[in-house]
Design a protein around this ligand. Structure first.
Ligand code: MCF
Ligand code: ZN
Length: 329
């Protein structure tokens, strides 16, 4: 059996970033919006570098204008994830793109996303949970509005709070207030760090934001003491190798540090980040990792158990998913 067909847990997926380009083009046509500049001649998302990727992402989001659009997006995304063997997924949701940070509007968008998620669970057998995500380059003020939306809607489905965006902007500590608010509301915490920022960015995120997971975190491999700290404290990295390659962080799969981190005792997991942007899927990630590092079924089994343990959902949900991960006799 190929590792690509194994049941999988995915912890790091951006909801809009998972939108197939054809889906976004369809919305643009319906709304008579011209976003043709964000696609290449083959109809794929086109960007020059990381900062340009953020611009293209935000341009694609202009087509998502109503709870109904997010309902349709959610179904499309979950159908694709389920086809890749994903049985449990956590998705980053941004009130910035769901009503512009207004709490009343956010509630409506969230209800539509959850309705689609329930339908997808019945139809495709995939379980979804949400992580509200503030966007670093939108600044600390906007992050507070986002955190307030998160705190007001925290429950057994909306389980986490995080931060994505341009790691080069501001300091992690600028967002401590928002993370504190989310923590007090009972939300579990993760932040992107150690992607464009080096080991110090990871350290600062751990110290100032007190997160239990790090999105990416791969550049911790440049610092032995930091790897020891991550391993010792059981901090989980949401590693997205295909994303790192597509954005030019590493030259090829064998040059990616995921195996170095794992071998150092760091808890690593595997996700796609923004699959159509990076021309990847969970099945593709597994195949490439198996090729590059000789990872076998047992290794991916360990990886998925680590991911499920680090998931932000409740114990009953974990038990249900654990059964789906058990090897078939
Ligand atoms: O992980 C990738 C690359 N690194 C940083 N941020 C993002 C990635 N994909 C999406 N993001 C950000 C981006 O700013 O998350 C936001 C986007 O606007 C969406 S969160 C639902
Ligand atoms: Zn990400």
């Amino acid at each position: 059996m190929s590792v690509a067909s194994l049941p999988k847990v995915e912890l790091h997926l951006h909801h809009e970033g998972a939108a197939p380009p054809a889906f976004i083009r369809g919305l643009a046509k319906e709304k008579k919006l011209d976003i043709s500049g964000i696609f290449d001649e083959r109809g794929r998302y086109a960007y020059r570098d990381f900062v340009d990727f953020l611009r293209v992402y935000e341009a694609a989001c202009t087509t998502l204008q109503s709870p109904r659009d997010f309902y349709r997006l959610t179904l499309a995304v979950l159908e694709e994830s389920a086809a890749n063997g994903v049985v449990y997924s956590e998705t980053f949701l941004s009130p910035d793109f769901c009503g512009g940070g207004d709490l009343g509007a956010w509630r409506e968008y969230l209800a539509a996303i959850r309705e689609a998620a329930e339908e997808a669970e019945r139809g495709f057998g995939i379980t979804l949970r949400g992580i509200v995500t503030c966007i670093r380059h939108f600044g600390p003020e906007q992050a507070r509005r986002t955190a307030r939306c998160a705190a007001e809607t925290a429950d057994d489905w909306l389980v986490g709070f995080g931060m994505g965006g341009d790691e080069g902007q501001g300091r992690a500590g600028d967002f401590a207030y928002s993370f504190d608010m989310a923590r007090e509301a009972g939300l579990r915490l993760t932040t992107h760090a150690g992607e464009w920022g080096g080991p110090d960015s990871v350290r600062e995120s751990l110290d100032a934001l007190r997160v239990e997971r790090i999105g990416h975190g791969v550049r911790a491999c440049e610092d032995r003491a930091l790897m020891e700290r991550l391993a010792g404290d059981g901090v989980v990295l949401e590693v997205c190798p295909g994303s790192n390659l597509a954005l030019g962080l590493y030259a090829d799969w064998r040059a990616h540090p995921i195996e170095t981190l794992r071998a150092a005792g760091v808890k690593v997991t595997v996700s796609t980040d923004d699959p159509p942007f990076f021309h990847t899927s969970m099945a593709h990630e597994y195949d490439r990792l198996a090729d590059a590092f000789g990872w076998d079924e047992a290794r991916f089994g360990d990886l998925n158990r680590i991911a499920l343990e680090a998931a932000f959902c409740d114990a009953a949900t974990k038990e249900k998913i654990a059964k789906k991960l058990e090897p078939k006799a």
